[in-house]
Design a protein around this ligand. Structure first.
Ligand SMILES: Nc1ncnc2c1ncn2[C@@H]1O[C@H](COP(=O)(O)OP(=O)(O)OP(=O)(O)O)[C@@H](O)[C@H]1O
Ligand SMILES: [Mg+2]
Length: 334
């Protein structure tokens, strides 16, 4: 943990999607992100994990203010993003970028690679023709693409190369913070490793801060300094990567880690199955949102919502029972 103020901070952040339903008396709101607190420190890679639909992408988009929050605030380097007007937001947006999952869908097929990467220079009025060309060359070098790629079109490249182009585009305005949303999930395993290495090298050279969203725990474990676990729109645990894998504390984290093959020998055979159903995100939840599936549930869990609170090891956990129990992995398994 650093004592410096975080680069990005979400405070009680919420996003409700309203679905219009024919003949329904009132619109039902889907609480994709619900009272979420999260801090991302300078220079770290924070991994964000959780089941499909738990709100990871929505969180990433809220942090960049690509979508408007229903409630709560996002602080970026001391600025309250949620209160900025359009022109102030445009200036700040240069400092934060996103790399998407789909290197096919996210590049315009009718623009050359050079046009794709330099588009932002033109929008922001950066440099003359010569300087733009020099910047383009430097960006292609950085992502280890040949400079000759500039005059070619996205379809001429492989998935991994297209993702390099997407990364070069994200780097064009020299951002501090990049959200990587499933940035390697669509790639072959060997290509995934190359892109992850590239992201790590770029982070070192440029001092970048990443939010790395992925459903792949092995990838997240490899790249992240710290990991936040999300369940139904909220962070339930956050800890340094090694600590999280060695001593997961929230029952949901334990279940999540146990649901995938874990390479560490001491974890072998200790599996915790998730019981019960994932509650609908439209339901109003009283108490802990994991209570319905938790093997350690007790009365207060169904009525009092647990806060995300510091733990002796330095992590944060939202669980009533975490402090008054010792729960070895095997204790819950017959
Ligand atoms: N624009 C939208 N309109 C309505 N509902 C949405 C919208 N975007 C997301 N949702 C809903 O919000 C919830 C969270 O979605 P989100 O995409 O953030 O999840 P995720 O954790 O990124 O999932 P995945 O791992 O599948 O990418 C889901 O129930 C999703 O259906
Ligand atoms: Mg997603």
């Amino acid at each position: 943990m650093t004592s410096e103020a975080p680069l990005i901070e979400a405070r009680s952040l919420a996003k409700v999607f309203h679905r219009r339903r024919l003949f329904a008396a009132g619109a039902t709101g889907l609480r994709a992100v619900d009272d979420l607190d999260l801090a991302i420190h300078r220079g770290e890679t924070l991994g964000l994990v959780g089941e499909s639909g738990c709100g990871k992408t929505t969180t990433g988009r809220l942090l960049l203010r690509l979508i408007e929050p229903s409630a709560g605030r996002v602080m970026f380097d001391g600025h309250d993003l949620t209160s900025l007007d359009a022109s102030a937001m445009r200036r700040l947006r240069r400092r934060m970028q996103i790399v998407f999952q789909d290197p096919y869908g996210s590049l315009n097929p009718r623009m050359t690679v050079g046009e794709t990467i330099t588009e932002a220079f033109i929008i922001h009025g950066i440099g003359d023709r010569t300087e733009r060309q020099q910047r383009l060359n430097r960006l292609l070098d950085r992502v280890r693409m040949p400079r000759t790629a500039a005059s070619r079109y996205p379809h001429e490249f492989s998935g991994g190369q297209r993702q390099r182009i997407g990364i070069a585009r994200a780097l064009a305005l020299e951002p501090q913070f990049i959200v990587c949303d499933e940035a390697v999930s669509a790639l072959d395993v060997s290509v995934q490793a190359q892109i992850i290495n590239l992201l790590q090298d770029l982070q070192q050279d440029l001092g970048l801060t990443y939010l790395f969203i992925s459903h792949n725990l092995a990838v997240v474990r490899h790249i992240s300094t710290r990991i936040a676990v999300m369940y139904l729109g909220r962070i339930v645990e956050a800890a340094q990567t090694d600590a999280l894998f060695a001593h997961p504390e929230h029952p949901y984290t334990r279940a999540l880690l146990a649901s995938v093959p874990v390479t560490h020998p001491s974890h072998r055979g200790r599996r915790l199955r998730l019981e019960g159903d994932l509650p609908a995100a439209t339901a109003v939840v009283r108490g802990c949102r994991f209570a319905g599936r938790c093997p350690h549930v007790e009365d207060r869990c169904r009525s009092v919502d647990p806060e995300l609170a510091p733990r002796p090891g330095g992590g944060l956990v939202a669980c009533h029972r975490v402090a008054d129990r010792t729960l070895p992995w095997s204790a819950t398994h017959p």
